[in-house]
Write a protein that binds this ligand. Sequence first.
Ligand code: NDP
Length: 314
Amino acid sequence: MEHRKVIIIGSGPAGLTAALYAARANLNPLVFEGNQPGGQLTITTEVENYPGFPEGIQGPKLMDEMRKQAQRFGAASKFEHVSKVDFGERPFKVFVGETQYKADAVVVSTGASAKLLGLDSEKEYMGYGVSACATCDGFFFKEQEVAVIGGGDTAMEEALYLTKYATKVTLIHRREELRASKIMQERALNNPKIAFKWNSVVEEVKGVEENGLKKMTHLVLKNVNTGELEDFPVQGLFIGIGHKPNTELFEGILDMDETGYLKTQGKSTYTNIEGVFACGDVQDHVYRQAVSAAGTGCMAAIDAERWLAAHGIE
Ligand code: NDP
């Protein structure tokens, strides 16, 4: 059974920065990259706010560079998804299906994922008109009409981005007041291509099948005040209602807040289990930036290194 000093679960900026620091500290880390190697940045295009890249850098390229940098110092990656953990005793156990790995310390950097509405028809049309990522899929909606769900900064950002392609973007929100920051609200409200539909929720996504391919044609919207239903023709639906942390693996094991984000202690990356550290979006619902995730990844590796040294593992 493979035994590592440090196992890192998750491969976004937090995980790969933890890998870089752990590797440079000779801790020989193994990164489980999961179902989305490189994390959320791999489904974005241009990243303009990562320091050091004045001209911007493509998200997937940034993540490839981070991985290479960590590997240069001896970090290893497995493109596998961790299915279970056992933090009951040390060394800790990490499972990929039936295969077990042992680790003296674990860094959890499993990130967060976009939330969905939870409708069957949303699932049915995912990839056939429904998307949770404007920067990934906006391009496919050139000269079409699309809707964005949500009233926060994510929804504003998605709507503004989509105006590059779509002829009209309708922001559908369940209240008549936006949650987004003032500056983002103003940008969206002042954009002539963006219309607003207030007090409305999606009841169903409808479409047709053409040449064996599903194609979305309209939404059934419900006015939350009157209960009235309405057919609303759009070819695309972007869900921008926030994110949820990827913490199912740790339920009942690591302390979480009421929305499922991992709790860390004070200014550290310590979780409630000694030797298990958490960094990145899985423990941060406030900043959620690549650079802040990378920063906490660095902290987790330093915390792990010092903790291992204090326990005689160097
Ligand atoms: P938020 O939680 O801020 O907003 C989620 C929005 O979606 C709310 O308006 C909410 O409605 C709505 N919503 C939630 N669930 C449903 C549902 N089931 N059906 C319909 N509507 C729903 O999440 P964001 O992702 O927008 O933002 C999270 C954080 O990230 C914020 O701090 C934000 O400032 C930050 N951020 C910053 C950006 C930037 O500065 N460029 C870009 C993106 C995010 P309601 O208001 O009624 O609760």
